[in-house]
Write a protein that binds this ligand. Structure first.
Ligand SMILES: Nc1nc2c(ncn2[C@@H]2O[C@H](COP(=O)(O)OP(=O)(O)OP(=O)(O)O)[C@@H](O)[C@H]2O)c(=O)[nH]1
Ligand SMILES: [Mg+2]
Length: 383
């Protein structure tokens, strides 16, 4: 079974949280062990306290972490005191906390302790205290203790980003077996949904549908930027806009389709400018609406040269750098069966093209390194 799922997902098993939904943040208490006391009479040194270590596991979710230890407390063992029998006290036992790959660990003050990106990767999050020795008066020292936040970022292939009501969940439902909630009001989706798109050759691609983003998300309007963390590790951004634009309510201005794209550009950039460098597919939805295509042809070229329209916007809406799309599609997620197939094929095509380009770049780099190595062996050192 594991072998089959490996084959389907380009050699990598699909992470369980991609299938089963997930908790994406969890607070736990961690405490490193106290060092054992030294033995002044013999100059004996106490054992070091054990550490609390997080270990990456592809096959688990944060819900599994909760289930495996409901108290959410992880206490490492204390070091043993130095004694006549053990002049060097044995160290305390370390505690290993298995977490899903993709977890970052933060203190309550927001300091990042590190992240886990690979299977079996380890990170010490609470160090045990040193044992007692002559320089600390032979008294063992307490280990680090605090609460930490385990923050999971999705590692889906594609991230769906757009204003609320654009039809992101409708598209996810159409291309995968996911059953997200769909409704004609903003913020229907309140937490990410994952769908797996399966192709005829059984290749599978994971797509994350995120809660809608509105202007001012960077100052926590709407659902805020909170969910954009989940697109940081996706390989492709699928940006979706409603051809009819968006209006949050009557108190707010109506934004045209082009406005929403410029505003998304601004919000993505404010969250993390590096997101702009990812491959991007622009999908304009609800083409079945009245004059849909006419509206689309009026803005198509502007979408492809987004930077050229920035001058029309006030400074607070203007992004620094324009989004450059790999392609722009006009679809009806609700009505267009052919459109859905087109989106599926385009996603696959872009992921393949970029994966190939990445591979070529890596090969070039390793060839360059091996040439440099052989030159270094023969002649004067190159740096
Ligand atoms: N006419 C038309 N309506 C659509 C289309 N796609 C989606 N809708 C409708 O638009 C509304 C919003 O769709 P959702 O899929 O919930 O939108 P969303 O982008 O997920 O919205 P949030 O979860 O709030 O961010 C629903 O009433 C859908 O039926 C389309 O292609 N044409
Ligand atoms: Mg939705």
């Amino acid at each position: 079974m594991v072998y089959i799922s490996k084959l389907l997902h380009g050699g990598k098993p699909i992470r369980r949280y991609l299938r089963n939904g997930f908790t994406d943040s969890l607070r736990v208490y961690v405490r490193g062990g106290t060092g054992g006391n030294g033995l002044p009479k013999f100059g004996g040194v106490g054992g070091q306290g054990g550490n609390v270590v997080v270990v990456g596991k592809e096959s688990i979710t944060l819900d599994d972490v909760v289930r495996s230890n409901k108290s959410k407390r992880y206490l490492a063992g204390n070091g043993t005191c130095s004694s006549h029998n053990f002049i060097l006290g044995p160290p305390g036992e370390s505690v290993k906390l298995q977490v899903p790959v993709g977890v970052s660990v933060f203190t309550d003050e927001g300091k990042k302790l590190g992240e886990i990106n690979k299977e079996n990767e380890e990170l010490i999050i609470a160090k045990g205290g040193p044992g007692g020795h002559p320089r600390n008066g032979f008294l063992g020292i307490k280990g680090q203790c605090y609460s930490v936040r385990l923050d999971l970022k999705l590692i889906a292939d594609v991230g769906l980003v757009g204003f609320p009501n654009a039809g992101k969940s409708t598209l996810l439902k159409a291309i995968s077996h996911a059953k997200p909630k769909i409704a004609n009001y903003p913020f229907t989706t309140v937490r990410p949904n994952i769908g797996i798109v399966t192709y005829k050759d059984l290749r599978q691609i994971s797509v994350a549908d995120l809660p809608g983003l509105i202007e001012g998300a960077h100052v926590n309007r709407g659902m805020g930027h909170e969910f954009l963390k989940h697109v940081e590790r996706t390989q492709l951004l699928l940006i979706m806009a409603d051809i009819n634009g968006f209006q949050l309510s009557h108190q707010y201005p109506h934004r045209s389709c082009l406005d929403t794209i410029v505003l998304l550009n601004k919000e993505l950039e404010l969250y993390n400018p590096e997101l702009l460098n990812k491959p991007k597919l622009m999908v304009i939805n609800k083409m079945d609406s009245i004059s849909g295509f006419q509206k689309f042809f009026e803005i198509r070229d502007k979408i492809l040269n987004l930077g050229d329209v920035f001058y029309e916007y006030p400074d607070e809406m203007k992004p620094e750098k324009p989004l450059i799309f790999d392609d722009v599609l006009a679809i009806s997620a609700k009505e267009g069966i052919n459109d859905i197939n087109l989106v599926k094929e385009k996603i696959r095509h872009l992921l393949d093209v970029y994966a190939e380009a990445k591979k070529e770049k890596e090969t070039e780099k390793s060839e360059f390194l091996s040439i440099r190595e052989s030159l270094n062996e023969k002649g004067p050192k190159l740096v």
